[in-house]
Design a binder for this molecule. Structure first.
Ligand SMILES: *Cc1c(COP(=O)(O)O)cnc(C)c1O
Length: 410
């Protein structure tokens, strides 16, 4: 009965022995919930009343005309509460936490989006909440830290290593080892030791299930290609699971191409050849590491795609060629974002804009009667500092300088 937690040679659960009972408990809670239709009904009720499910799909008519090729449809995960697909995962794990009788949640966060989503969930369920965040990220992402604290969470800056996401993950596991009796670790993406990749995919599969039905109703057919950006891989797995058995739908995962090819310049684990298979952070997948297994620096304009590992399920789907992987570079991502804002009045997150950039490259070459579907994983309000910098907006700069003056005079 026990799932091995492997997807061909990827995945597994490489955990300290002391956490074994906690992982067994989580696996049982997850599998029991999966077999229990009342759990999914409760989940859908929560998402329909607290977030915005079902999220619609939008026909991007102006972009379609602009490119003159395939018809472009967009799945609107940006309409979720807290502005991204992350709500699907945290709310599901919140319900499981309640079922397991636990009263405290912890999480890692990089850009802060998963931290804000988890702190929101904790406020809603009445859980204590601690968020681990690299000290460097705490400095870079003040607005998200501000909101986490307003939501009642304790944000712990992690100074180990490079003070970024992977160090925050290690610290969250350390907390879990000492507090496992009352604490659930709400991991943020389809990575980590089993059952997380499978469980997070299950919660996110709501995206693909809805999208498959909606596109048939709305466009009258299945898409030829479905695009999603890939950080850890949860929004991609969510969308792709809806079309996995439709062999005629090509699935395209888009990673961060950053400043271009070359180790350290990007965060593309599957689209480029710089990553290799290894075991780290409790699971086996492709990591951007050197030959001694030292994790390498990554770069992306979008904090949410800037991670050294990738979902073991996507690593498997890469090897079996069910999913095609591409990388979009920073400059093309910003251009795709600007175009989408101007043409459609939609504001895709920088992460999301990677999927748009790749789709925009391919759409013009496709037939007018073909349909493509892009997952808009989130919205970009959170990215205003980065985007205004990238677009070198002079009025924004004036505003920041004036604000700084205001504070220094106070
Ligand atoms: C966090 C985030 C991502 C990356 O995470 P995945 O697990 O790969 O989906 C993508 N888009 C947005 C908007 C995010 O907030």
């Amino acid at each position: 009965m026990k799932h091995s937690g492997y997807h061909s040679r990827f995945g597994g659960a490489f955990i300290p022995e002391i956490l074994q009972t906690t992982f067994d408990e989580l696996e049982i809670a997850y599998l029991t919930a999966k077999d229990d239709p009342t759990f999914w009904a409760e989940y859908m009720h929560l998402m329909g009343t607290y977030s915005c499910r079902p999220t619609p799909i939008t026909f991007a008519e102006n972009l379609t005309n602009h490119f003159g090729g395939a018809q472009i449809y967009i799945k609107r995960e940006d309409l979720n509460h807290t502005g991204a697909h992350k709500a699907n995962n945290v709310m599901g794990q919140g319900l499981l936490t309640k079922r397991m009788g636990k009263t405290r949640v912890i999480a890692e966060t990089g850009a802060g989006q998963h931290g804000v989503a988890t702190a929101t969930m904790a406020a809603k369920f009445g859980f204590d909440c601690t968020i681990y965040m690299g000290a460097v990220d705490v400095e870079r992402q003040r607005p998200n830290v501000f909101w986490m604290e307003q939501l009642g969470a304790t944000v712990v800056p992690v100074t180990d290593g490079s003070g970024t996401l992977k160090d925050a993950i290690n610290e969250a596991f350390r907390d879990w080892v000492t507090n496992m009796d009352n604490t659930h670790y709400a991991l943020g993406t389809a990575c980590g030791p089993y059952p997380f990749p499978d469980m997070v995919t299950w919660f996110q599969s709501v995206i693909g299930t809805e999208a498959r039905e909606q596109i048939q109703t709305y466009a009258g057919r299945l898409p030829s290609r479905a695009y999603a950006c890939v950080g850890g891989g949860s929004n991609a797995m969510g969308l792709f699971s809806g079309f996995m058995d439709d062999k005629e739908v090509e699935l395209v995962g888009v990673e961060a191409g950053g400043r271009g090819p070359g180790m350290g310049e990007h965060a593309a684990r599957l689209a480029y050849d710089d990553a290799s298979v290894g075991v780290a952070q409790g699971y086996k997948t492709y990591f951007l590491q050197d030959k001694d297994g030292q994790m390498q620096e990554t770069h992306s304009i979008s904090a949410g795609l800037d991670y050294v590992g990738v979902s073991p399920i996507l690593a498997h789907l890469h090897e079996t060629k069910r999913v095609r992987f591409e990388a979009a570079e920073d400059k093309d991502v910003v251009a795709a974002m600007s175009l989408t804002i101007k043409k459609e009045g939609l504001i895709p997150a920088l992460e999301t804009s990677h999927a748009f950039a790749q789709a925009f490259k391919e759409a013009p070459e496709m037939d007018k009667d073909e349909v493509i579907l892009i997952n808009q994983s989130g919205r970009a309000d959170k990215d205003i500092f980065t985007v205004a910098d990238a677009l070198k907006d002079p009025k924004w700069e004036e505003f920041i300088i004036a604000k700084a003056k205001e504070y220094s005079n106070a």
